[in-house]
Design a binder for this molecule. Structure first.
Ligand SMILES: [Zn+2]
Length: 582
């Protein structure tokens, strides 16, 4: 190994001479920056260049050395003396880097939102071109040499960082480390597979043709097994993917959770099926879209969503997105003219996601801590507002006068009729249309299938058979087609394998938050009065404000101690026993 120490305050001539002598540059070495770059990139032996001091020429020289080091792995550059980054400088760089990333993410999020809402149909390719450029910049910025050096430096000195900065560095480095473990060609292959699989899935669903989608799904599961092996060879591959979507989640936790649900929801459902069905006639009929839109705006106000920072649009599939920072959050809904409850609960659900995003502490804006921590905690909030508040008797009682004002055809009905209608249990085929009680059973089917596929107990080709078998077993329904069965969700085609359980987990977390909240807040009274402020304050204090500072497990530990699926089952049993007179 060769070593050379140079001081950038030396004369230009001296620096070049010392480098040429110490590093055995050829006799024709031209002693200028281009020649230096060429000579350094030709070096075949491990070489350490230690640099100290500062000067105008030295800055350019150092840039040439760094460029050569980026191109030639044999060269290591060490900065010493006053050139070495201080912790304060590094922290400044960390915040500047995150602000830059937030700006790029802002741009891509606006493009995506525009594409999903108001953009004319023929503009997709134009947007894709810009998105590709921006994604490339985001990739370079997140994984580039300067970024890695900065994060590693901060990580080595983490004792001198605040808790929030330690977490920022951890989260940013985690992504980089992960990328390093996946061979680059395999990463590109996966991105391509996801994009192709998603296209094929759309057609396969339209044409009800599972065989068309099967080869892609086979490749997808194989690829996911391989990635798990590269990233965490010590772990079971399904445990790895469950944990990727919800930090701390694995099969053991799922088994305990779904086992409890299975033993208590399936018998409850059986009892309900023996009772007369609750009428849902007061939510069906004809309800003009503009009136439904007025209802959306009213509900957003009741929820405490600040319309100066939260907008609403319509899309085919409702979603929530944050643009740039928590100061700009958008939700979407879809109006079904024949049933106002569909959009009503979409708005409340997405509104729950939006409240979480909007209420992250201001100090986290433009950093990686801005936004919800995980899918599970996010769903705990959306489903908290959708079900525990929105489908409560108190909320419907508060909402009823507004409903009759907007839809006079409801005048012959009572709030109790609406309460029963929005809570009627109807085991069905489609997850996103499921009622509060049967929703988790849809998730369990997907969990059982993913688990068995990873374990090699079943094969992708037999997926429709096992899907239909489990729907009969858990929900008591016969699946008439793959379109309404195994092909209904886009998660697998989009590479979201291991994602489903966090929906159910979030719902169960929400039940525990509700129970805890009731120890200090008269939740029923607040809802009856349409005053959600104390409820929002509890969520803000315990969950929202922290953004991504804590892991999902830490949030659970700090708020309710430990995860107890029984609390969710108790809630369902009490509610539906009363509703159906069981
Ligand atoms: Zn959601």
């Amino acid at each position: 190994m060769k070593k050379v120490n140079i001081n950038l305050q030396w004369e230009k001539e001296k620096i070049h001479t010392v480098m040429a002598e110490e590093l055995d540059f050829p006799s024709y070495y031209g002693k200028n920056l281009d020649a230096l770059y060429d000579a350094l990139t030709d070096i075949c032996e491990e070489t350490v260049i230690t640099v100290n001091g500062q000067s105008d020429y030295g800055t350019k020289l150092l840039a040439a050395i760094n460029d050569a080091a980026a191109a030639n792995k044999n060269i290591k550059v060490e900065i010493s003396g006053e050139n070495k980054m201080t912790i304060e400088q590094a922290k400044e760089k960390l915040y500047a880097l995150q602000a830059k990333l937030a700006a790029f993410n802002h741009a891509t999020a606006v493009l995506y939102y525009d594409g999903a809402t108001t953009a004319p149909k023929g503009t997709g390719a134009n947007r894709a071109q810009t998105m590709a450029v921006l994604s490339g910049e985001i990739y370079k910025l997140s994984t580039g040499k300067d970024t890695v050096e900065l994060l590693e430096f901060l990580d080595e000195n983490k004792a001198q960082l605040e808790e929030k900065e330690q977490r920022m560095v951890y989260l940013m480095l985690k992504g980089i480390r992960q990328m390093e473990k996946i061979p680059f060609d395999k990463y590109v292959e996966l991105q391509q597979l996801i994009s192709e699989a998603d296209d094929v899935w759309h057609t396969a669903k339209d044409e009800d043709n599972f065989e068309m989608f099967r080869p892609y799904l086979e490749k997808m599961f194989e690829m996911y097994k391989n990635i798990a092996g590269w990233c965490a060879p010590e772990k079971d591959p399904y445990d790895y993917w469950l944990g990727e979507f919800e930090d701390g989640l694995d099969r053991e936790k799922c088994e305990k959770f779904f086992g409890t649900l299975r033993s208590r929801i399936v018998p409850l459902l059986k009892k309900i099926s023996e009772k007369p069905q609750l009428s849902d006639s007061c939510i069906k009929g004809s309800f003009a879209q503009d009136l439904q839109h007025s209802l959306s705006l009213y509900v957003m106000d009741v929820m405490g969503l600040d319309k100066n920072h939260c907008g609403i649009s319509t899309t085919e599939h409702p979603f929530t997105t944050t643009l740039g920072s928590h100061h700009d959050v958008r939700i979407t809904t879809k109006y079904h003219e024949d049933d106002y409850s569909n959009s009503l609960y979409s708005v409340i659900h997405e509104g729950g996601h939006a409240l979480y995003e909007l209420n992250v502490a201001d100090e986290y804006a433009y950093t990686v801590l801005d936004g919800g921590v995980s899918m599970g905690i996010h769903e705990s909030q959306s489903r908290f507002y959708e079900n525990y508040i929105g489908r409560s008797r108190e909320f419907i009682t508060y909402l009823f006068p507004k409903l009759t004002e907007l839809f006079p055809q409801l005048c012959g009905y009572t709030a109790e009729d609406v309460y029963k209608a929005v809570n009627s249990v109807q085991p069905g085929l489609i997850r996103i249309d499921a009622d509060e009680l049967t929703y988790c059973l849809h998730i369990m089917v997907r969990y059982e299938l993913e688990k068995a596929l990873f374990a090699g107990e079943i094969e992708v080709k037999d997926l429709p058979y096992h899907w239909n078998r489990l729907y009969r077993e858990y929900l008591g329904v016969d699946v008439p087609s793959n379109k309404k069965g195994v092909l209904q969700d886009s998660h697998w085609s989009g590479g979201n394998i291991g994602y489903f359980p966090s929906y159910a987990l979030g719902t169960a977390y929400g039940a525990q938050f509700l129970k805890k909240m009731k120890e200090t807040i008269d939740v029923e009274k607040c809802i009856t009065e349409g005053n959600l402020a104390p409820i929002n304050s509890w969520n803000r204090e315990n969950i929202w404000q922290h953004g991504q500072l804590y892991t999902p497990s830490q949030i659970i530990e700090k708020t309710v101690g430990s995860f107890e699926p029984e609390v969710f089952c108790d809630y369902l049993e009490a509610k539906f026993t009363e509703l159906y007179n069981l």
